[in-house]
Design a binder for this molecule. Structure first.
Ligand SMILES: [Zn+2]
Length: 240
């Protein structure tokens, strides 16, 4: 015989089970992409260098330190850019090679803490996920070996127009996109040649993103900028 008590008890058990499922769903929205990747093996010790300390003629437009980025949120407390030392030194050489052509490097982003990559993934619709790194694998930015970079004109200080805007999630962002003006394609090619000559490789989906050849030697990091120790200054870096 089914008593009132047993009906109430059964109902409350069902409710409790449903609540447990609901809470699990609510508490773990990023499942299964929530955890920083565990990496085993030998890696080089991180040696993140602030780019403008190596070469003050490298300019910064760190969009993630403003709300002018695809998330519409300010994600970095400080507008700074770092790379692992060999990548930073290669970038400085590329910047020097561009000078006689009348251009300098304009940095949008360098080393990026892993937790920011996770935020990007969650803020991006699934059909645009090719434009952001899967946090389960980590980004080469998290290893301090990827750079988002355009050009500026030292004469005017202005950004040089490319076939798409930085972080534009469209076909125009592709490194081999054939639209835009002849001049935009020329400056895009100049940027790519200067960086690829120094060991960087362009991302086919993003003309501005370049991976440094040694990225596999560095592990994914989640270090905030303020925790990166000041690196020794280059002899010709000028006053801090
Ligand atoms: Zn990038």
């Amino acid at each position: 015989m089914v008593t009132v008590f047993s009906v109430v008890k059964k109902a409350s058990q069902n409710t409790a089970r449903r609540l447990a499922i609901l809470l699990a769903t609510l508490c773990l929205p990023g499942l299964p992409a929530a955890a920083q990747p565990t990496e085993t093996g030998d890696f080089r010790a991180p040696d993140l260098v602030e780019l403008v300390r190596l070469d003050p003629s490298i300019h910064l437009d760190i969009r993630y330190a403003t709300s002018n980025n695809f998330t519409g949120r300010k994600l970095y407390a400080e507008a700074r850019a770092f790379l692992q030392r060999p990548a930073a030194e290669a970038l400085v050489r590329a910047n020097r090679a561009l000078k006689p052509h009348g251009y300098g490097l304009l940095i949008f982003d360098g080393y990026r803490p892993w937790s920011v990559t996770k935020l990007f993934w969650e803020a991006t619709p699934p059909d645009k996920h090719k434009f952001v790194a899967d946090p389960q694998k980590g980004s080469r930015h998290n290893r301090g070996c990827a750079i988002d970079v355009g050009l500026y004109q030292p004469r005017t200080g202005k950004e040089v127009a490319m076939p798409s805007a930085f972080d534009e999630m469209s076909d125009r962002a592709a490194a081999d996109y054939q639209g835009g003006t002849t001049e935009q394609r020329r400056t895009r090619a100049l940027l790519r040649q200067a960086l690829e000559k120094e060991g960087f490789k362009v991302n086919p989906d993003e003309w501005w993103h370049f991976d440094y050849q040694d990225w596999r030697l560095y592990r994914v990091l989640d270090l905030p900028f303020f925790a990166i120790h000041a690196s020794p200054r280059a002899p010709d870096a000028g006053p801090p």
